[in-house]
Design a protein around this ligand. Structure first.
Ligand code: 13P
Length: 260
């Protein structure tokens, strides 16, 4: 049974003071909700401040990227050792990292390995651009991006989070139709099964990302292969983010829990 995960990717928003306030508001807004994992991914500067607020309350924390080396002459980067002190997860391969900062599947492969080596769970993002979708290449593109998982063990794959974020749906208000997202994510889970075995594929969690909001979240969560959401814009305020968490909590809680 996969636990739903609602992850807020704050991108390059929030000063430390603002991040502290938002984390505290989210903690209050989601208190008592069961059957759902809540994750906050602040900017690197706010990671420590958010971790101190969120983790003792059972929320998880993620970095938005990292280098693969433990240390070295990589000005501006943060290392897996540094991230592992503060976070549980690391988002890797977000389309903004790929398109704006030149991240390749090869570099992402190194980062995925480094994450597992340091006890961090990668949230690997995949997704096609609009021109790729229009050319009928969506499935091929996302399957190709699984190259970043080359060489990982089945046991590691079981702990993986894979986020399907069609590039054209990110920040556009044009969310991917839930049935189509579920189809692509079924293709991804099948591919995980072929590479890492049925058990790992059944344990790995798949998130949808791209213009998720409180109105459309239920449609995604209703799909068998969609285990939660990676949320940008709607995670920048406690509400509507908490509304997304409530939707997943209702979904994930067994009946007896829902009435207790
Ligand atoms: P939006 O929810 O703003 O579309 O962003 C999605 C995203 O990129 C999350 O990583």
């Amino acid at each position: 049974m996969r636990r739903p995960l609602i992850a807020g990717n704050w991108k390059m928003h929030k000063t430390v003071a603002q991040a502290r306030a938002l984390a505290a508001d989210v903690v209050v807004a989601v208190a008592g909700l069961k059957g759902v994992e809540v994750l906050l991914a602040p900017a690197a500067t706010a990671l420590a401040a958010v971790a101190v607020i969120a983790r003792p309350q059972g929320l998880s924390v993620a970095a938005q990227t990292m280098h693969w080396a433990d240390q070295g002459a990589y000005t501006g980067e943060v290392s897996p050792l540094m991230v592992a002190e503060l976070a549980d997860y690391v988002i890797l391969g977000h389309s903004e990292r790929r398109s704006l900062f030149g991240e390749t599947d090869e570099a992402l492969g190194r980062k995925v390995h480094a994450a597992f080596a340091h006890g961090l769970r990668p949230i690997l993002c995949v997704g096609e651009r609009l021109d790729e979708r229009e050319a009928g290449q969506a499935d091929a593109v996302v399957l190709g991006q699984l190259a970043a998982l080359d060489g990982i063990a089945a046991q590691e794959a079981a702990g993986l989070v894979l986020a399907y974020e069609p590039v054209w749906a990110i920040g556009s208000g044009r969310a991917c139709d839930a049935a189509e997202a579920a189809r692509v994510m079924g293709v991804l889970r099948t591919a995980l099964g072929a590479r890492f075995g049925a058990e790992a594929a059944a344990s790995a969690r798949l998130l949808y990302g791209g213009s998720v909001n409180p109105e459309n979240i239920a449609a995604y969560l209703a799909a068998a292969d969609i285990d939660g959401a990676l949320v940008g814009g709607a995670s920048l305020e406690a509400e509507p983010f908490a509304a997304l968490v409530r939707a997943a909590a209702d979904q994930g809680a067994p009946a007896h829990e829902a009435f207790s």
